[in-house]
Design a protein around this ligand. Structure first.
Ligand SMILES: [Ca+2]
Length: 326
């Protein structure tokens, strides 16, 4: 009997140690659940050649290993859209992607990961509609603009739109972005990933681009209000310049927080972002300091010559006047 007690005590001890170890390894606070209906994972195609939970437009093709949004050819455009609206208050989406092409210095245009009200509508914003409602995580590979907002490309940025803002390609969307970061991911062999996390109105984007298997912060912004009931999607476009834009997987994770329809009526809003400004053409190149100096110098010389000339004329006039009296 005593032996049985000791054994049960021992087993209880082992069980407690096991639970404590498990809790230490998997902190309870995360509560992340992968949700299949918002994810795009292999095998993409069913036996009947349909794609569960996703629709697609344009140049999209599905292979065994990836979904190709565009090929490395000019003037291509394609999008994929989740069929099921997302009712989760808090979520995380991990996009495994590949951007590669023949172009060494010139390539484009890029792709967008969407959380938007309207789906399957093609348009000018990387293959999808402008004046959208929702969130766009824009992965812009081509710099359309060298100006005051200049940064290196590729560039990842976020835009929240309530349907009234236009994405200004000529300014690479810098007038409407919440935040952004430079990123290098083209033509690499290893996996490149993007993690978009939306939790209690805080939006953060992390990248894993250097094959180190660790997340690097791109940006975090708070005060981002997004309704529930929108759709996830991805779209890409090529123009004069091109690239293969491939999606290897989209994994959706449910974070702790209510699944709610109550938030479906709120209007997308970001507390902090650059106010939309009128599209102003670049100013004509300004005068250089040297040019200004030369102009001032010649101006002064001119003024001196005029003064001397004037004085000499005056002197001569006075002399002529005196002559007339004599
Ligand atoms: Ca661009």
């Amino acid at each position: 009997m005593e032996k049985l007690n000791k054994i049960s005590q021992y087993l209880a001890c082992v069980l407690i140690i096991h639970i404590v170890t498990c809790l230490a390894q998997n902190p309870v606070r995360e509560h992340i659940y992968n949700r299949r209906e918002h994810s795009l994972i292999k095998p993409f195609l069913t036996a009947g050649l349909s794609v569960p939970y996703w629709d697609y437009t344009g140049s999209v093709i599905f292979t065994q290993n990836y979904v190709r949004l565009t090929p490395d050819e000019q003037s291509m455009s394609g999008s994929i859209w989740n069929q099921i609206p997302c009712w989760n208050r808090n979520w995380e989406v991990v996009v495994d992607f590949k951007v590669a092409g023949k172009g060494k210095d010139l390539f484009g245009d890029g792709f967008v990961v969407w959380y938007a009200r309207d789906r399957m509508i093609t348009g000018p914003v990387f293959g999808s509609k402008d004046f959208f409602s929702g969130l766009a995580i824009i992965v812009d590979t081509y710099s359309n603009h060298n100006g005051p907002h200049n940064h290196q490309h590729p560039y990842i940025s976020a835009m929240v739109n309530n349907g009234t803002l236009t994405y200004d390609h000529d300014r690479d969307g810098t007038h409407t972005q919440l935040a952004g970061c430079e990123a290098r991911f083209r033509n690499v062999e290893h996996t490149t990933q993007l993690k978009i996390r939306y939790e209690n109105d805080v939006l953060s984007v992390h990248t894993d681009l250097e094959n180190k298997n660790e997340w690097k912060e791109c940006f975090t912004v708070d005060g981002v209000e997004l309704p529930t009931g929108y759709y996830f999607g991805a779209s890409a476009t090529t123009g004069d310049l091109s690239d293969n834009h491939l999606i290897n997987s989209i994994k959706f994770f449910e974070l702790e927080g209510a699944t709610t329809a109550e938030r479906s009526q709120i209007i997308p809003h970001a507390a902090k972002f650059e106010e939309p400004r009128e599209h102003v053409d670049d100013p004509k190149p300004g005068w250089s300091n040297l040019k200004i100096f030369i102009v001032i110098l010649f101006g002064m010389i001119g003024a001196v010559i005029l003064s001397i000339g004037g004085y000499m004329y005056y002197e001569k006039y006075q002399q002529n006047k005196k002559k007339r009296f004599y």
